[in-house]
Ligand binder design. Structure first.
Ligand SMILES: NC(=O)C1=CN([C@@H]2O[C@H](COP(=O)(O)OP(=O)(O)OC[C@H]3O[C@@H](n4cnc5c(N)ncnc54)[C@H](OP(=O)(O)O)[C@@H]3O)[C@@H](O)[C@H]2O)C=CC1
Ligand SMILES: O=C(O)C1=N[C@H](C(=O)O)C[C@H](O)C1
Length: 268
């Protein structure tokens, strides 16, 4: 008998990320796509809705029922900031390992879910970005900030995005903040003629969110020093860019206990 496959339920499967995720799970020999969750569809075959072969898996409109009926081991969530919190609560309550890409959660909430995962003795992951290039950009940014502490971020996304700044920008700021003393940037007497022109302020670092049709997910981290600038830039040109990270995470959450925040913590 071979190893049992990891049984995966995808929440938000009809969405931009969810649809790509179902494809990636279907294509991995160690993962078994067993069900999907949507607010309205119930009992409808996923293949019928997504238009490609998804085996026998069906849509449920109730997450708890989906996780129990399919005997799920992992729940992947790509929904939205208001829905994901209840989904995390439900998955952990049922002992199903969460792999969450949805952004917009606070550090306090994450610490709480970590505690609950430990109590249930399950692993879980919240990753603001699953693309390896984005993880490297964040890591290199933290390295650079040690030597060039004046930094601003410009993140650019499609105009359907709900949260700002992006989860990736927030995570980048958090990682940089560990390497850099909080300090003001720009002129001490600067003032905004149009409110918001200088962007959001995180420990003195400025973050600017661009939302336009045509973009997928992009970020520039710009460092300024005497007579020089350094720009680190990452571009996701399609949503396949996130899939190796998503698939890898479904396997990694089987091997530890607690909720990890950031895919960088699972690499090396
Ligand atoms: N971590 C990462 O690497 C990445 C994270 N993201 C994040 O993932 C999230 C989703 O992004 P994206 O796919 O672009 O968004 P979409 O809006 O395309 O997809 C969200 C899906 O969730 C569904 N949904 C809403 N409410 C519920 C519910 N109660 N139960 C089940 N499904 C529900 C929506 O259905 P309906 O349309 O009917 O409302 C929709 O199909 C965002 O938070 C985004 O920031 C995105 C890309 C990469
Ligand atoms: O909404 C998106 O599209 C994305 N969201 C994530 C974020 O908020 O950082 C990841 C990626 O940037 C795409």
């Amino acid at each position: 008998m071979g190893e049992e496959k990891i049984r995966v339920v995808v929440v938000g499967a009809k969405g931009k990320m969810g649809r790509e995720t179902v494809k990636a799970v279907m294509n991995d020999p160690e993962l078994d796509f067993v069900g999907a969750v949507d607010r309205t569809l119930d009992g409808v075959q996923v293949s019928e809705v997504l238009g490609f072969d998804c085996g026998e898996a069906a849509f449920y409109n109730d997450l708890g029922k989906a996780l129990i009926d399919t005997n799920a081991t992992v729940m992947i969530d790509f929904t939205n900031p208001s829905v994901v919190k209840g989904n995390l609560d439900k998955a952990i309550e049922l002992g199903v390992r969460p792999v969450v890409g949805t952004t917009g959660m606070t550090p306090e909430e994450i610490a709480n879910w970590d505690r609950e995962c430990r109590e249930r003795e399950i692993g879980g992951l919240i990753a603001p970005n699953f693309a390896i290039g984005a993880i490297l950009m964040m890591r290199f940014s933290a390295m650079a900030a040690k030597y060039m502490p004046h930094v601003e971020i410009i993140e650019m996304h499609h105009d359907q995005k709900l949260d700002a700044p992006s989860g990736t920008a927030l995570k980048t700021l958090e990682l940089i903040a560990k390497e850099r003393e909080a300090m003001g940037q720009g002129h001490p007497n600067e003032h905004e003629t149009i409110t918001g022109s200088r962007g959001g302020d995180y420990e003195g670092m400025r973050v600017h969110s661009v939302r336009l049709p045509g973009y997928v997910a992009h970020q520039q981290v710009i460092f300024g020093g005497l007579g020089q600038t350094l720009t680190l830039r990452h571009d996701s040109i399609n949503r396949e860019s996130f899939m190796p990270g998503v698939v890898m995470s479904c396997k990694m959450v089987m091997n530890y206990t607690g909720l990890v925040y950031g895919l960088e913590n699972l690499l090396d």
